[in-house]
Design a binder for this molecule. Structure first.
Ligand code: G3D
Ligand code: MG
Length: 182
C-alpha cells in the first residue's frame, strides 16, 4: 500500500537575528535532499524536503533570509502564509535573546495564528552560554509559545527534534482546521 494517503505542504520560515544560526540549521536538517532556489529580489532562500509521518507525506518549504540589509521592508511578504516560524536565538548572545519578543511581534502582525517554535542554538558552546534553558523556557511560556528546543547546528544536536516538533505542531493545527469545516 502506498504510504502517502495524505499529503500536506507546510511553509516554515526561519526568524531571528543575524548570525544566530538560521542558515546552518536549515543546512544541517535538509542536508541530503537539498534543493535550493533563490528568490533573489526579496533576499530569501527557499529549500524543500519531504518527510513521512505515519500515512502522511509532508512537504516542507523552508524560507530563510539570504541577506539582512533590505530585509525589514519585505518582512510581511516573508511571513505571509507561514504555517510555522522557527524563531532562533543564540544562547551565547543575550542581545539575540532580547530580540525574540520583537521578532514574535512582527510574525504575529502578519500571521497571528501560525505555529511558533522558540529555538536556542549553539549549545555546543557550553563555556560561552549566557542564556539558561530555564530562562528561555520561562520566556517561551510568557510569550505564549508552546515549545522551546535547544540545538547545535554544529554537532546536529536537537536539530531533528526541532523540525519534527515543528511539523507535528503544523499537522495538529491543520487537522484541527479540517475538523472544523467538516
Ligand atoms: P544566520 O543564518 O542566522 O545569519 P548562520 O546564521 O547560519 O550564517 O551562522 C552564523 C555563524 O554561526 C556561522 O559562523 C556559523 O558557522 C555559526 N554557527 C551556526 N550555528 C552554530 C552552532 O550551533 N554552533 C556553533 N559553534 N556555531 C554555529 P561563521 O564563522 O561562518 O560566521
Ligand atoms: Mg543566514
Amino acid at each position: 500500500m502506498n504510504a502517502s494517503l495524505y499529503y500536506y505542504t507546510f511553509k516554515i520560515i526561519m526568524a531571528g537575528d543575524a548570525a544566530v544560526g538560521k542558515t546552518s540549521l536549515v543546512r544541517r536538517y535538509i542536508h541530503h535532499t537539498f534543493k535550493e532556489n533563490y528568490l533573489i529580489t526579496i533576499g530569501v532562500q527557499v529549500s524543500t524536503t519531504e518527510i513521512k509521518i505515519e500515512k502522511a507525506t509532508i512537504k516542507l518549504i523552508v524560507w530563510d533570509v539570504a541577506g539582512q540589509k533590505t530585509f525589514q521592508t519585505v518582512l510581511p511578504l516573508y511571513f505571509k502564509g507561514a504555517d510555522a516560524a522557527i524563531l532562533v536565538f543564540d544562547i551565547t548572545n543575550r542581545n539575540t535573546f532580547n530580540n525574540v519578543e520583537n521578532w514574535l511581534k512582527r510574525i504575529r502582525e502578519t500571521e497571528p495564528n501560525s505555529v511558533v517554535i522558540l529555538c536556542g542554538n549553539k549549545t555546543d558552546m557550553t563555556y560561552a552560554r549566557v542564556v539558561k534553558r530555564e530562562e528561555a523556557e520561562k520566556k517561551a511560556q510568557e510569550l505564549g509559545v508552546l515549545d522551546y528546543i535547544e540545538t547545535s547546528a554544529k554537532t546536529g544536536d536537537g536539530v531533528q527534534e526541532l523540525f519534527l516538533i515543528t511539523v507535528k505542531r503544523c499537522l495538529e493545527k491543520r487537522l484541527k482546521a479540517i475538523k472544523k469545516v467538516t
